[in-house]
Structures are given as C-alpha cells and as structure tokens.
Design a protein around this ligand. Structure first.
Ligand code: AMP
Length: 220
C-alpha cells in the first residue's frame, strides 16, 4: 500500500519549503493542501470560489471539500511509492474522515515542525508568493543565535525564478490580522489532532527548526 507521511506545524514554519525539497529525494508526491486550494482559487473553479472566503479570513475550508480534493490528488499519485501530505489533515475531524477513506490505515510517519513564535511571525509577514505559479519567497533574513535562516530571495528582485511572472505579492491571508487568526486556530486544533494520532499508535516525531534553506543552492 502507498505510504503516507504528514508534515504538520503552524502556518509559516516552512512545511512546504521542506516538503518540496524532501519529496523528490524519496520519489514521493508532495501534496500541499494550501497549494491545492490556491490552485482551485486561481482557476476559479466552483471549489475555489467556495474556498476563497474561508481562506481569506484565516478559517479552515469545510472538511468535506478538502478531503475530496486531497483524495483526487492522492489517486493521481497512485504510481508513486508514497505521498508527503503537507498541512493535511489539520484537525481531528479531518484525521478521522481521512482514516476512513484509507481503510483505517494511519499515516506511516507524522512530522510536527516547530519554530520559535517570534521568528514565525516575522517569516509569515515577510513571505511573498508568485500569483501565477504559487512559488514562495521570503524577504526576512533571520540570523541570530540559534537561528540561521537566510532570506529566500528571487534571483531578480520581484520576479519569480520559476515562471518569470512579476510582481511577487503578499498572500491575502499573510496580513497581520489574518495571520493572528490562523495561528490561534492552529494552536486550538493541534493538540486534539496529535492526540488522535498518538492514541492510535501512530509515529509522531518533532522537528525543531533553526536553520533555513537557500534557494540559491538549489538553483545554482
Ligand atoms: P496554508 O498554505 O497551509 O497556510 O493554507 C492556507 C489556507 O488554506 C488555510 O488558512 C485554510 O484556509 C486552507 N487550508 C489549508 N489546508 C487546509 C486543511 N487541511 N483543511 C482546511 N483548510 C485548509
């Protein structure tokens, strides 16, 4: 049966950045719930129109909607040895529904990524995204012990390295008021979600981040 690894953690901890780099190394398909939703919004699908109001206000989209979308994505990746689920399931209800979709099989590994709260806020509000392809950048250069998180800058200022689109924008849900709501929601939902998995014997590991990644190393 196809393996499933979950990357969990507060908004802005770098789940997507790490997942995007790790998944190809093990030939897994990286599936980010946020990216899947943003793609629906970008393509103005029925699901996207429904999801955008929730996303812009920092709330979770209805569980049935994200479960359907992620099921489709996982099916499309069925030839891969595994999938790396990034930001999904995000609450106990989703974890229960997802287990039911997977013959009650639990994820093979759950990685809970943790980052100092002050650094998290700086990183979130300094994030920039390409509206066209969704690539992420970060303007914050955080270097004070024990943190070594260089900015993730595009090669040409304000131009996406991947697709060349410009300008790079701030996500509507990265505005400070929405960020606060997203972080509060994460804090409320994290413990019951982890309790669900741990009480069923799933392997949960904690990964404390104090180093970033450099885009320049990858793009050479
Ligand atoms: P992210 O890119 O992970 O920060 O997600 C951006 C937004 O997408 C969240 O604030 C939610 O509105 C929505 N979203 C992402 N993942 C989920 C999920 N598993 N369940 C419900 N909504 C989600």
């Amino acid at each position: 049966m196809q393996k499933q690894i979950l990357f969990l953690g507060a908004p802005g901890v770098g789940k997507g950045t790490f997942a995007k780099r790790i998944a190809p190394l093990i030939d897994y398909q990286h599936l980010s719930a946020g990216d899947v939703l943003r793609n629906e919004v970008r393509n103005r699908t029925k699901n996207g129109l429904l999801a955008s109001a929730y996303m812009n206000s920092g709330s979770l989209v209805p569980s049935s909607l994200i479960i359907d979308l992620m099921r489709t994505q996982v099916l499309q990746a069925s030839q891969r040895p595994g999938v790396l689920l990034d930001g999904f399931p995000r609450q106990r209800e989703q974890a229960e529904l997802w287990a039911a979709c997977n013959e009650n099989k639990l994820p093979d590994l759950i990685v809970n990524i943790l980052l100092n709260e002050e650094v998290l806020l700086t990183k979130l509000t300094s994030r920039r995204m390409c509206e066209k392809c969704g690539e992420n950048f970060n303007l914050a250069d955080i270097r004070f012990p024990p943190f070594d998180m260089p900015a993730l800058l595009p090669r040409v200022p304000d131009v996406c390295d991947v697709c060349g689109a410009s300008p790079l924008v701030q996500r509507p849900d990265d505005r400070p008021d929405v960020v606060r709501r997203r972080l509060a929601l994460h804090a409320e939902l994290e413990a019951p979600l982890l309790h669900f998995y741990k009480s069923r014997g799933a392997t949960v590991v904690y990964f404390v981040v104090n180093r970033g990644v450099q885009l320049t190393a990858e793009h050479g």
